[in-house]
Design a protein around this ligand. Structure first.
Ligand code: ZN
Length: 610
């Protein structure tokens, strides 16, 4: 006995057997009952939802020898021939292969001749949107004045590609994707009838993978039965559908939620041995986090078919929404930075570690888990830059910035695009008031004079769980932070993240006293500076100075902020590094001998001071 594919064997023979699409079938049945037979029907919907199946049943309804109606007999010659696909008056055309106007003319030339066997001559044109413009025009003429004995059934996945002139002459029926549950039920009934062993998990997987298409579901089922040697087991269906990877993603998600580093690294090793693409894996994790977040916000939200509902729900309950947001952000950054990591596995591991050990910044307080403060994670470059500001060379920056703060706007604009020559502070220091000279920036003795504040700050920090390993802080005074170096130290100690960090790095602090200061915020970033953020900054600074800080915010149009100073400084270092490469005798001889070239902008300074 030859094996007949399930989709063909189980093709519905009447409206009752059609899975889903009740809205379409009810409308058709009602029209047929009342004898209202239109001359052109259009069935739209994605692949495998029953467009041509319904059209063929409709053909039987029109031509059944027992009389036209909603329930064809299935026994007469016409019904049987339609089922067998050899009814002479049902002309099926695949427009995808016959798009030309000649094809259409040939077809339509015969329209005028009466039907030979049935009551009606029916043209079933599948993928009708594929017809050429000329073919549509030829078709339109017939549709405008169709002979009584001719009916057109069109099916398409892309109704928008059909000319309006054609659409307006058709009764249109939109078929929908089928819900998983309906497909699942159908498959179960069918396997029972076929006497094939199956477990529910396997059917569920197939129903989901079919994405609403019965035909796809049946094709997958055929494949799975062949794969499982006549049986249907979930493990094999999962292997067939490539769902093992999905399980792996969910398992990693669970490890992140439970902060189970040991288990997570076992999974990573396993993935490594299986030669998993870590970038793709990270992408899947990002997709998972997105789905979990959606599910948290909208408990009824549909789950992407690539994920198991159960996994997503479990994670939605296990991870706090704010943790989830942070994990998502970390994962996105991790994916972006993957290209810079020594290898994908290392990058993946670091990203996972960050997800497990960082918790989101609560209002006004950094809350590091596992000892690593969150502010360190996203901004290693910034920390490095901050460290650089402590090298002797950067002593120039305060000198330069102090006067800049006092200077008229245009001077700063030039200073932002400064050439190295301007690094020499001479002309600017002339404008610097005495109170702003670097001498004032020797903070050490003052800091030591503040033991009480020191203790207070620490207590406060412990209480807020704030930046507790930013050890060198304590005993801050706003008065010490009037230069870029001091301000950057204060920013780092406060552990600002996100917008707060952005605001601070684009501001200049001008202290008025130990606890009072003006913060001049770069105009371009002023929008970020909302009252709650201002208050957060003020509170964080209060903790650091161990007293209630008084902050006045104002807009600074163009003062060189720490961020700008750092950028300029970095450009200068690169320029110097590039220059030293050019001057290097060995490089010079390489160029001479091998016609080598240095690639502009590829030079990276390796020492803090280029
Ligand atoms: Zn019949």
């Amino acid at each position: 006995m030859s094996y007949q594919v399930l989709a063909r064997k189980w093709r519905p023979r009447n409206f009752e057997q059609v899975i889903g699409q009740r809205h379409v079938i009810r409308a058709l049945e009602n029209a047929l009952k009342m004898g209202r037979l239109h001359h052109a029907y259009l069935f739209t919907g994605t692949r495998g939802v029953g467009k041509t199946t319904i059209a063929r049943i409709l053909a039987k309804c029109f031509n059944c020898e027992q009389g036209a109606g909603p329930a064809p007999c299935g026994e007469c010659a016409a019904c049987r021939q339609v089922d067998a696909g050899n009814f002479i008056d049902l002309i099926e055309v695949d427009a995808a292969s016959r798009t030309g106007v000649d094809d259409m003319r040939e077809l339509l030339d015969n329209v005028q001749y009466a039907s030979s066997a049935g009551r009606f001559k029916i043209y079933l044109i599948d993928e009708v949107h594929m017809l050429s413009v000329n073919s549509f025009n030829a078709l339109l003429k017939t549709l405008e004045e169709p002979p009584e004995h001719v009916k057109f059934f069109f099916a398409t996945t892309h109704p928008r590609k059909i000319p309006v002139t054609i659409l307006s002459r058709c009764l249109q029926f939109n078929l929908t994707r089928l819900p998983h549950s309906l497909i699942h039920e159908h498959l179960a009934a069918l396997l029972d009838a076929e006497n094939i062993c199956h477990d529910e998990g396997a059917l569920g997987e197939i129903a989901v993978a079919a994405e609403g298409s019965v035909r796809d579901a049946l094709s997958l089922l055929d494949q799975a039965i062949a794969y499982g040697d006549g049986e249907l087991k979930s493990s094999e269906v999962e292997a067939m559908l490539g769902l093992a990877a999905r399980q792996q993603v969910a398992d990693i998600g669970r490890c992140i939620a439970a902060r189970d580093t040991g288990k997570l690294f076992e999974l990573v090793e396993l993935a490594y041995r299986k030669a998993v693409d870590f970038e793709a894996l990270l992408k899947d994790i990002i997709a998972l986090l997105h789905q979990v977040a959606l599910r948290q916000a909208l408990p009824g939200a549909a789950i992407s078919p690539q994920l198991k509902e159960q996994d997503v729900d479990e994670l939605a309950a296990a991870i706090a929404p704010e943790d989830l947001q942070l994990c998502y952000q970390i994962a996105l950054n991790g994916k972006r930075d993957m290209a810079f990591a020594p290898d994908d596995k290392a990058a993946f591991e670091m990203t996972m570690l960050r997800m497990m050990h960082f918790t989101p910044l609560q209002a006004g307080a950094a809350a590091p888990a596992g000892g690593a403060p969150p502010q360190r994670a996203p901004a290693p470059a910034q920390n490095k830059a901050a460290a650089q500001t402590q090298t002797p060379a950067t002593a120039q920056i305060p000198a330069q910035e102090a006067p800049a703060r006092q200077a008229p706007p245009q001077t700063q604009r030039t200073s932002a695009t400064q050439t190295p020559a301007q690094q020499t502070p001479a002309p600017q220091t002339q404008r610097a008031p005495a109170a702003q000279t670097p001498a004032q920036h020797a903070p050490a003795p003052q800091a030591q004079q503040m033991p009480a504040a020191d203790g207070a700050a620490d207590d406060d920090n412990a209480g807020n769980n704030s930046g507790d390993n930013a050890a060198p802080q304590g005993g801050f005074q706003l008065a010490d932070c009037g230069d870029a170096q001091g301000w950057v130290r204060l920013i780092e100690a406060a552990g600002f993240e996100g917008p707060l960090r952005e605001i601070c790095f684009n501001s200049l602090l001008t202290p008025q006293s130990r606890t009072e200061a003006t913060l001049a915020v770069d105009a371009r970033i002023e929008g970020l500076c909302t009252p709650p953020r201002k208050e957060e900054i003020r509170q964080a600074l209060s903790r650091l100075i161990g007293a209630e800080a008084v902050l006045r915010f104002e807009t600074a149009a163009s003062d060189e902020t720490p961020a700008q100073a750092r950028k300029r400084h970095e450009l200068e270092r690169r320029r110097k590094a590039a220059l030293s490469i050019e001057k290097n005798p060995q490089v010079h001889s390489l160029k001479e001998r091998f016609n080598a070239q240095t690639i502009p902008d590829s030079t990276q300074p390796v020492e803090p001071e280029g």
